[in-house]
Write a protein that binds this ligand. Structure first.
Ligand code: NAD
Length: 298
């Protein structure tokens, strides 16, 4: 039976470690770390994500600077908001919650965020820093996967890793991070021929295709470490039901084959949120010349 890579438990543990670091650094820094989350419009999922992030900030002692703008906010107004937050010395991290309402140019807005406050790690400069192996905020989801693997003591050096998916948000930075940990990495995508054969060759499989239940027993060799990044809500069975969450992997089929498996929910999802906090506390520590925060994590 696969060992469960419990992201919920590890995120809670990392929150405790961050809270201790914030408490210890408050005297020297003279203020707590600050995270500004910009939400635009009324996407219901975003409202839940932002509320979760704000609660998590509260637990570790990060001050939240939440900005909620109406759906018809124009590009210039948002640019001004970002520029003000860039200049605000109490703000260490800025996050623009996606998706944005139609008509707004998300790329230009992400580009306007000060790269040293870009706690989502999506600014081109930070993607470039990752490519070169230089310090800088890392994309939260793949960094969360690295933290899960690292704290579970899973050695990556020399491992054959397959990343399914090549998005800028997950697949690409994931592949780079695994490479930097000395894994031998293959990236599969929607045009990959014979995906199942590639999967069966892998010793570590990270699935971020955004396709519910894409892979099952047919894709896994015994002893594979399986990380399921996908998250989907299944259609409700009954009225009033919300529908269960599932991943890109058919977990029931895989758990007797894999050596380790991330559950959905409770695997990669909570790690994504906690890495946002890690990035924020790291930015704060750096700007106050405090010791590096969780330097053993990616
Ligand atoms: P995306 O749609 O931007 O990218 C999907 C990638 O998968 C693409 O590169 C595509 O080429 C590839 N792909 C699609 N179908 C494929 C197939 N049949 N075979 C092989 N490759 C295929 O999605 P994303 O933003 O990278 O997110 C991927 C999944 O991860 C989604 O389910 C998303 O909800 C989830 N996600 C979860 C978290 C979390 O915190 N748990 C965070 C981010 C994304």
């Amino acid at each position: 039976m696969a060992l469960r890579l419990d992201g919920k438990a590890l995120a809670a543990q990392l929150e405790r470690e961050l809270e201790a670091r914030v408490r210890a650094g408050l005297g020297q820094a003279g203020r707590p770390p600050g995270l500004a989350v910009i939400r635009v419009g009324h996407d219901p999922a975003s409202a839940v994500y932002v509320a979760n992030k704000e609660r998590a900030c509260g637990r570790v002692g990060i001050r939240s600077f939440a900005t909620h703008q109406p759906a018809d906010t124009d590009q210039q107004t948002l640019l001004k908001t970002i520029q003000q937050l860039n200049r605000n010395p109490a703000v260490d991290g800025i996050l623009l919650q996606l998706p944005l309402p139609r008509g707004l140019d998300g790329r230009a807005l992400l580009l306007a965020i000060d790269p040293d406050k870009d706690v989502d790690g999506l600014h081109p400069l930070n993607l470039g820093r990752l490519l070169r192996g230089e310090q800088g905020p890392r994309s939260c989801t793949p960094a969360g996967v690295m933290a899960l693997l690292q704290r579970a003591g899973i050695a990556l050096e020399g491992k054959r890793a397959l990343v399914v998916g090549r998005s800028i948000l997950v697949g690409q930075p994931m592949a780079l991070m695994l490479q930097q940990a000395n894994a031998t990495v293959t990236v599969a995508h929607s045009c990959t021929v014979d995906l199942l054969a590639r999967c069966r060759e892998a010793e570590l499989l990270v699935v971020a295709a955004g396709r519910p239940g894409l892979l099952g027993a047919e894709a896994i060799s015994p002893g594979t470490v399986v990380v399921d990044v996908g998250i989907h809500r299944q259609p409700a069975q009954r009225e009033g039901d919300r529908g269960r969450l599932c991943g890109d992997v058919r977990a029931g089929e895989v758990e007797t084959l894999a050596s380790h498996l991330t559950p959905v929910p409770g695997g990669v999802g909570p790690m994504t949120v906690v890495m946002l906090l890690v990035n924020t506390v790291r930015c704060w520590a750096r700007s106050h010349a405090l010791d590096p925060v969780l330097p053993e994590l990616h």
